[in-house]
Design a protein around this ligand. Structure first.
Ligand SMILES: [Zn+2]
Length: 68
């Protein structure tokens, strides 16, 4: 049994302004990621368009990306 196997996305990046957030499980909220001490907040007026890649696997979907 491995810990950290999440079905929900844990990190997301805005394709428009570069904002990066990660999911805080204990707080149950998105938090801005810091890189080299600088919060990657992006543009506060941006209508964020999140790039979640393939990490998000919705429930009830019978397609399996693990198949080669
Ligand atoms: Zn944005």
């Amino acid at each position: 049994m491995s810990d950290g196997q999440l079905r929900t996305p844990t990190k997301r990046t805005c394709e428009r302004c570069g904002r990066i957030e990660r999911w805080d499980r204990s707080e149950e909220t998105w938090r801005v990621v810091r890189e080299e001490g600088t919060p990657r907040v992006g543009n506060p007026y941006c209508i964020h368009e999140w790039d979640i890649n393939g990490a998000f696997a919705p429930f009830g979907d019978d397609t399996d990306a693990a198949e080669a």
